[in-house]
Design a protein around this ligand. Structure first.
Ligand SMILES: CSC[C@@H](O)[C@@H](O)C(=O)COP(=O)(O)O
Ligand SMILES: [Zn+2]
Length: 251
């Protein structure tokens, strides 16, 4: 529905459907909280339904959010740079998530339907391990020959998922004092790694997106599994990249 045709914006966040974005954001964040992804108000999640983007408020306990707390904006109604954002629906007592411009980058530059931001300690530890490998800004997490890599799509406009022997690459960007200043770095990483579905933020966490909620969640869970595994592998002195020879028919 066109944004200017919406008569009662509050109705945008009222639905009996558990899969409605205004219900899903709170229920997903409650699940993510149990994984340590969105504790202490950090992290979050946003969902796009066609032109409408559903967002959480800033600085709230993300696991306790209610549908009535959700912001809604129309992508078409924004000015081209997305710097001055207007909302169709704003809950009275909050500000929108500081992660909003980063979520919007995933929606507009990648056509994503959902973007998840976690403060998972595994993600942070991976950035610290990469940092300890020496100076240089061009850090990338790389891993291959692990079954869970199959949880990732091959990339934008590509069909199918990565294979067991493929190398998964996740770029790392620098953290900034203000969340929205990360946007420029995130967009640069998206351009440099056109097939990536995630970007790590040094000493902060990770942004993961997908074509829809199911894919974003699958990729975020797969990545967290791989980050944890990678930390344990490092402790055991096992490299993240191995030259296992493929066996069986290659398809
Ligand atoms: C614990 S403060 C974390 C924030 O600075 C930010 O990184 C974050 O993840 C959440 O921002 P928010 O504006 O609450 O949605
Ligand atoms: Zn954050």
């Amino acid at each position: 529905m066109a944004a200017d045709k919406i008569e009662n914006p509050d109705q945008l966040v009222v639905s009996d459907d558990p899969n409605h974005p205004a219900n899903l954001i709170p229920s997903l964040c409650a699940k993510f909280w149990t994984l340590g992804w969105v504790t202490g108000t950090g992290g979050g999640c946003s969902i796009r339904d066609d032109d409408l983007v559903y967002l959480a408020p800033s600085g709230v306990q993300k696991e306790l959010m209610k549908p009535a707390d959700i912001y809604v904006l129309s992508l078409a109604a924004q000015e081209p740079t997305f710097k001055q954002r207007t909302y169709i629906r704003s809950p009275p007592i909050y500000k929108p998530s500081q992660c909003t411009p980063l979520f919007l980058a995933a929606f507009t530059r990648r056509g994503a339907g959902c973007c998840i931001h976690t403060h998972s300690q595994w993600a942070v530890l991976v950035t610290l391990l990469l940092e300890s490998q020496g100076p240089g800004n061009d850090k990338v997490f790389e891993i291959n020959n692990i079954e869970q890599i199959k949880g990732f799509g091959k990339g934008m406009n590509k069909t199918g998922n990565l294979g067991y022997h493929d190398t998964l690459r996740i770029p790392v960007i620098e953290n900034t004092p203000h969340e929205e200043d990360l946007t420029e770095f995130l967009e640069e990483a998206m351009e440099k790694y056109p097939d990536t579905y995630a970007v790590l933020v040094r000493r902060h966490g990770v942004y993961v997106w997908g074509d829809n909620v199911h894919k974003a969640k699958t990729q975020c869970e797969s990545l967290d599994y791989l980050f944890q595994l990678a930390v344990e592998m490092k402790k055991l002195g096992i490299p993240w990249i191995s030259n296992v020879t493929p066996v069986g028919p290659q398809r």
